[in-house]
Write a protein of this length. Structure first.
Length: 219
């Protein structure tokens, strides 16, 4: 028996929704080395607040040449890029790196100093590095030194090393030996000497004695 629907009821039409056709995402257009190098040069130049005019004077290239290089519109020989890198104070390889250039400065907070020698050592003083894990080559090593004991073991506190050393007295006072000479240092005094000659503190007055020590890297 056929079933009849009331006239007021109309049969629904079934609409089939088509699945959206998947579109292939376009592969990103590879960036040329000219553009990458140009962006790196511009970034380094602006970080150093160097104008195109100043860079032009340092490299011997015209402002137009430099502008085309920074905009990736010119291919440059290695010799040209080396001149630009030298003027910006970086190694030529930095211009070809896809990584962000590392900072050329290092901040060491007061509570982050690295203790090289502790106060319990035989030398009897604290030896703290003020520049460690530096991401660039150093010409000298800076230390903050603190001596808290009056009695000094001269045998344990005699040093020799390549290069030069500068002491700058911050607190207290001390006698410091260099070869056959003895120098008395008070806050604000400095002593600069040849590191290959035996040297070291010989007497501490009103401890703690605190001073900066800058030691050049021997060439």
């Amino acid at each position: 028996m056929n079933q009849r629907f009331p006239r007021s009821v109309k049969s629904d039409k079934l609409f089939l929704m088509k699945k959206p056709t998947s579109r292939r995402t376009k592969e990103p257009t590879p960036v040329s080395w000219e553009i990458l190098i140009g962006l790196r040069i511009r970034s380094l130049r602006e970080e150093r607040s160097v104008t195109l005019e100043q860079l032009s004077q340092q490299t011997g290239l015209t402002k137009g040449q430099l502008s085309r290089i920074e905009n990736g519109k010119a291919s440059s020989p290695v010799s040209t890029l080396t001149r630009i890198a030298s003027a910006l104070g970086v190694a030529p390889g930095v211009l070809f790196s896809t990584e962000e250039p590392k900072s050329q400065a290092l901040l060491v907070k007061k509570n982050e100093r690295r203790v090289i020698v502790g106060r319990a050592s035989r030398m009897g003083h604290t030896y703290e590095s003020l520049a460690f894990d530096v991401p660039f080559a150093k010409d000298f090593e800076p230390y903050l030194m603190t001596i808290e004991e009056k009695k000094i073991d001269i045998q344990q506190n005699t040093f020799r090393h390549p290069g030069h050393e500068l002491l700058y007295m911050l607190e207290g006072s001390m006698d410091y030996r260099h070869g056959t000479e003895v120098y008395h240092l008070t806050p604000g005094d400095s002593l600069f000497f040849e590191g290959s000659i035996p040297h070291g503190p010989s007497a501490i007055y009103s401890p703690p004695a605190k001073f900066l020590s800058l030691i050049s890297n021997g060439k």
